[in-house]
Design a protein around this ligand. Structure first.
Ligand code: ATP
Ligand code: MG
Ligand code: MG
Length: 552
């Protein structure tokens, strides 16, 4: 009954439905350019566009904004569809801006006929120099007054391939003195003899974003065309085309893009990391891409919950990575089964436990979810514990193992350290301990207490695994604070990947499936690496630690 407060965008949609604008229809679209993989910023836009359609009984299209042939590829088209579906959304229509090239061309001819567009034969540099500034008007191109006939002829010859790249462009004829810089005769088409991943060599002129985007919206009768704030200054032009071409009146609305600390989100930079081999690929678990987050162990529910938490506003800002991590923790705390895994093993021999004996102990799978049940874990004379759970000389308030100190072994017995063994170099290689058989289940009949509980695995039953621990991609929280002339890659964190080999896992982890997250007790949430793990050679990724660094 408690109605959630709507964000500004949903308020607009609700008001438009109430007033009968667009006949009460809601049609949105998510318009990625297929020039890279989707990232967490795109997830914000997907949740907004598909979310609004779902919540208001509307429709949402997936439209590939494929007007830039040299940077686009079918690999990206496929990955984008896969990632949208993985996030939990299904599009109503699937479209490509390139499907509309003929229509866009004809509309450009209409603008020429209406004396609202002309072919300019200057270089891009000359055009840029004539643009003027916010305070000073621009200069008219010497080609601005070409006749309609000449413009139509030149534009047709541009299309037919008669001219090399850069020889001419098509521009709108608006106002070189307009206070809206976007109105100063913006470019509509440029010549590009480039192969397109869908239209092949059918075209050698390609429309500019501003000319294509709004008209594509209009063709699809988009009611609410939602984009990020950088496009606010483009809105007058968006409306100008609709008015002059007299086509379906889509409306553009802007919201603040997502920026996250300690990472980069521009596809150009992400591509650079991939191409330079600084990460293993678009799905490297350190990448903020949806495929990277998935491989890292993020679930669609966690990402949707994150997008809901951050909300939609018109104020740009920087969201702390901890907010994303907490969304994952919340989700995994509820659903991930607990397991025991020793990442940096130290051998323990229980001298009073019979040689060759094995017993099976019950362990609770998820204290947050009774229906997850229990499992049996083997216990024997030889175990592994974490190296950091032993100190030769116990520090103050160190309640784990040390000579003479007693701890509780999770789901098992009390264990006391009697002695340790060192190798020739002085490294501790083994602990000699005794257990108390009366403490099975973790409590002593005599009421004595231990302060520390540690995890362990039975040595003869343990699985070997490689475990990969991750830290932030960048060393600095806000890369926008870097000096202008600095190489952004100097901010890369060299310690973002730590590989641990010879980790020891409890045997039930043998049939763990990728995308099924587990909690390694005391160590964080982990998932099988979907690319590199095999049944012969297990690889786990840490998705997130149990607590963020501030709480540790
Ligand atoms: P990039 O800067 O990473 O290349 P882009 O905006 O050029 O991003 P597109 O493929 O055009 O990438 O984006 C598709 C949609 O996703 C657009 O509507 C865009 O506004 C939105 N989007 C992209 N990045 C973000 C972000 N960081 N936060 C919110 N929405 C985003
Ligand atoms: Mg874009
Ligand atoms: Mg881009």
């Amino acid at each position: 009954s408690s109605a959630e407060k709507l964000d500004f965008m949903r308020e607009i949609v609700a008001a438009d439905i109430a007033s009968g604008k667009h006949g009460g229809r809601v049609q949105t679209r998510f318009p990625p350019e297929p020039n890279g993989y989707l990232h967490i910023g795109h997830a914000k836009s997907i949740c907004l566009n598909f979310g609004i359609a779902k919540e208001f009984g509307g429709k949402c299209n997936l439209r590939f904004d494929d007007t830039n042939p040299t940077k686009e590829d079918v690999e990206y088209v496929d990955s984008i569809q896969n990632d949208v579906r993985w996030l939990g959304f299904e599009w109503d229509g699937l479209y490509y801006a390139s499907d509309y090239f003929e229509k866009l061309y004809n509309w450009a001819c209409d603008l020429i006929r209406a004396n609202l567009a002309y072919v300019d034969s200057q270089t891009l540099e000359e055009i840029r120099q004539q643009r003027g500034t916010a305070g000073a008007p621009g200069t008219n191109s010497p080609f601005r007054d070409r006749s309609v006939e000449e413009n139509l002829d030149l534009f047709a010859r541009m299309r037919s391939g008669e001219f090399p790249d850069g020889a001419h462009v098509l521009r709108a004829k608006i106002d070189m003195a307009s206070p809206h810089l976007i109105y100063r005769d913006p470019l509509l088409y440029r010549i590009r003899h480039a192969h397109h991943h869908r239209t092949g060599d059918a075209w050698c002129i390609y429309p500019m974003y501003d000319y294509a985007h709004g008209q594509c919206d209009s063709i699809e009768e988009i009611t609410h065309s939602i984009c990020t704030l950088e496009f606010e200054t483009h809105r007058p032009l968006y409306n100008w085309f609709i008015e002059k071409l007299n086509i379906y009146p889509s409306h553009q609305y802007e919201f603040a893009r997502l920026n996250l600390t300690y990472t980069v989100m521009s596809k150009r930079k992400l591509l650079e990391l991939v191409q330079d081999g600084l990460v293993s690929g678009w799905d490297d678990p350190r990448m903020p891409t949806l495929s990277g987050l998935r491989r890292r162990g993020y679930t669609p529910e966690a990402i949707r919950a994150f997008c809901k938490t951050i909300g939609i506003t018109r104020y740009s800002g920087l969201t702390d990575m901890v907010v994303l991590e907490n969304a994952l923790r919340d989700r995994l705390n509820a659903v991930a089964e607990r397991r025991m895994a020793v990442l940096e093993p130290l051998k323990v021999v229980i001298t009073n436990y019979p040689e060759g004996q094995v017993e099976y102990l019950d362990a609770v799978n998820n204290p947050e979810d009774e229906s997850a049940g229990t499992r049996s874990i083997p216990f024997s004379r030889e175990l592994y514990i974490e190296r950091e759970d032993f100190m030769e000389v116990a520090a103050k308030k160190y309640f784990r193992l040390a000579p003479g100190q007693e701890v509780r072994l999770r789901w098992a017995y009390f264990l006391k350290c009697d002695d340790f063994v060192k190798d020739a170099e002085g490294n501790i290689v083994e602990l000699r301990c005794t257990y108390d058989p009366t403490t099975k289940g973790g409590n002593a009949p005599d009421g004595r207490k231990v302060k520390g509980t540690i995890h362990w695995v039975s040595a003869p039953h343990a699985l070997n695994a490689e475990v990969r621990l991750y830290d932030h991609l960048l060393k600095i929280a806000d890369p926008s604070e870097m000096p202008e002339d600095a190489d952004w890659k100097s901010a890369l964190n060299e310690a973002s990947l730590q590989v641990l080999k010879g980790c020891k896992l409890e045997p039930s982890l043998a049939d763990c499936k990728p995308e099924l997250p587990v909690q390694f007790e005391r160590k964080g949430y982990f998932v099988v690496d979907s690319a590199d793990s095999t049944s012969q050679s297990l690889v786990f990724n840490r998705s997130v630690t149990l607590k963020d660094a501030w709480q540790k």
